[in-house]
Write a new protein. Structure first.
Length: 404
C-alpha cells in the first residue's frame, strides 16, 4: 500500500485486486495536480505561477461528480474532506470499471469515510440531474470522453465548476475541442510534472444534443460464421469503429466444437467471439465476462442482435473468472490485455490464465490470441504444464492449453 499526501491529509491507497508485490500506485501526478488545484494551491513549479490556478479552495458543496477516477484516489480524498467539513450534497463517482468501484470501496473504508459517503455509478447509469462540481480524469478513449460529456451536459449549469486532469500525453487538441463543443469555453493550465488541467466554463443556453453512442458496424467477409453480421459498440470499447486484426485472426481459427459446452468469452469486449461460438454451436452455453460496464452492455447487444432469443447466455461484470465456480467450464477464449491504463504489465493476463485453470474442468481448454512477442506460451506451460501453438502469422499467435 502506498500513501498519497495532500493538503487535506495523508491517505493509504491501493489498486484492486490488492497484491503484496504490486508496486503500482493507485494515483499519479495528474490526480495530485487536480487535488492541489481544488485545495487552492498555486500550481507553481520552479517559481512559475500558473494563471489557471486558484488562490482559494474550490467550494465542494452541492453535487460533486467525479468521472473516470482510475482507482478511487480522487473520490476517497474528496469523501474524507467533505466528511471533515460536514459538507452537504451528494458525492458521485462515475466509472466504466468494476475494478475501480471495488478499489474505491476498499480505499473509502481504509480512509474511514465509508461507502455510504459516495454514490457509485457506472457510465451506463443515468447521471445526476444537477452537477455543481464536475471533475474528470481524462480517459485514454476519446470516444468514452465524448459519450460522457454528452451524457453529463444536461446536468451542468453556468455556475458548475468543471476541471479535468490528465497526463500531457492524454490531452490533445481533439480533447479540448470536445470540451469546447459540448460544454463551453475551455483553457488549459501549465504542465506540471508531465500533467495538465483542463478548465471549462459551461455556456448558458447551449442546445444539449444526445450522445452519438453506441455505434454499430457490419463485420467483413471471410471471418467465419460471423461474416457480415452486425456488432454493437458502446463508447470506450477497443476498436469500436472496426474489427481489430487480432480478433479477426482469432475468429478465423476458433475451435469447432459441438455439444453442451460451457464456453467463456473472457474479456469479452463487444462479444463478437462469444457470439461466433453461439452461432457455430447452438447447444453451447456462453458466458461473457468483462470488467467494463460498456463492454458487457456491448456484448449483450451484439449477441441479441445476431443469435436466436432462446439461445442461453450469461453476461457477467467482474474480475475475470473469480466468481465462476471451479471446474464448471469446458472452453475459455481470451484475448488478454497487456496494459492497465498507462502501465504495461502482464498482471491482468496472469490473473486471467490462473482463473481459467481454476474454472476449467479436467480436459477443458484455454485458447488465447496474443502478439507473438509477449511470450504467453512460457506462462501457460508453467501454469498448465502444456501449451500448443494452434496457428500463427507474423504478428499474432493462437495458443491452446489443456487442464490435465
Amino acid at each position: 500500500m502506498n500513501r498519497l499526501t495532500t493538503a487535506w491529509g495523508e491517505f493509504g491507497l491501493t489498486r484492486f485486486p490488492e497484491h503484496p508485490r504490486d508496486t503500482l500506485r493507485a494515483w499519479d501526478t495528474a490526480d495530485e495536480y487536480l487535488l492541489r488545484h481544488l485545495a487552492g494551491g498555486d500550481g507553481t513549479e520552479a517559481g512559475s505561477k500558473d494563471p489557471a490556478e486558484p488562490t482559494e479552495p474550490t467550494d465542494l458543496s452541492g453535487t460533486v461528480a467525479v468521472v473516470g477516477d482510475r482507482w478511487g484516489a480522487l473520490t476517497t480524498v474528496l469523501a474524507a474532506r467533505r466528511l471533515e467539513q460536514l459538507v452537504t450534497g451528494p458525492l458521485v463517482q462515475i466509472t466504466d470499471s468494476y475494478l475501480t468501484q471495488q478499489a474505491t470501496r476498499a480505499n473509502l473504508r481504509r480512509a474511514g469515510a465509508g461507502t455510504d459517503a459516495v454514490r457509485l455509478l457506472s457510465v451506463r447509469d443515468t447521471p445526476p440531474d444537477r452537477i455543481d462540481v464536475l471533475l474528470i480524469r481524462v480517459p485514454k478513449s476519446l470516444a468514452l470522453l465524448e459519450d460522457q460529456l454528452y451524457r453529463l451536459a444536461p446536468g451542468v449549469h453556468p455556475g458548475t465548476v468543471v476541471v479535468a486532469t490528465g497526463r500531457v500525453t492524454e490531452i490533445h487538441t481533439s480533447t479540448l475541442k470536445l470540451f469546447e463543443q459540448i460544454l463551453g469555453p475551455t483553457r488549459t493550465s501549465l504542465a506540471v510534472r508531465k500533467s495538465r488541467l483542463i478548465l471549462s466554463a459551461p455556456a448558458a443556453g447551449r442546445v444539449r444534443a444526445p450522445s452519438p453512442w453506441p455505434h454499430s458496424y457490419a463485420l467483413p467477409d471471410e471471418i467465419g460464421v460471423v461474416s457480415g453480421r452486425t456488432v454493437v459498440n458502446h463508447a470506450g470499447i477497443f476498436c469500436a469503429e472496426r474489427l481489430d486484426i487480432g480478433t479477426r485472426f482469432f475468429l478465423r481459427n476458433l475451435p469447432r466444437r459441438r455439444g453442451l459446452d460451457h464456453v467463456v468469452d473472457l474479456g469479452c469486449g463487444n462479444g463478437v467471439i462469444g457470439t461466433a461460438v453461439a452461432l457455430d454451436n447452438p447447444e453451447a452455453r456462453v458466458t461473457f465476462i468483462d470488467e467494463s460496464f460498456s463492454a458487457v452492455a456491448s456484448a449483450e447487444a451484439t449477441f441479441r442482435k445476431n443469435v436466436d432469443a432462446r439461445t442461453p447466455a450469461e453476461f457477467v461484470l467482474g474480475d475475470g473468472l473469480s466468481d465462476v465456480p471451479a471446474g464448471t467450464v469446458d472452453l475459455v477464449l481470451n484475448n488478454p490485455p497487456f496494459h492497465t491504463h498507462q502501465a504495461t504489465t502482464d498482471a491482468t493476463a496472469w490473473r486471467m490464465f490462473t482463473g481459467a485453470r481454476a474454472a476449467l474442468r479436467p480436459g477443458g481448454e484455454l485458447w488465447i490470441v496474443g502478439n507473438r512477442h509477449l511470450g504467453y506460451h512460457a506462462k501457460l506451460r508453467r501454469l498448465f504444464g502444456n501449451c500448443e501453438t494452434v496457428t500463427s502469422d507474423p504478428k499474432f499467435v493462437i495458443l491452446r492449453a489443456v487442464k490435465r
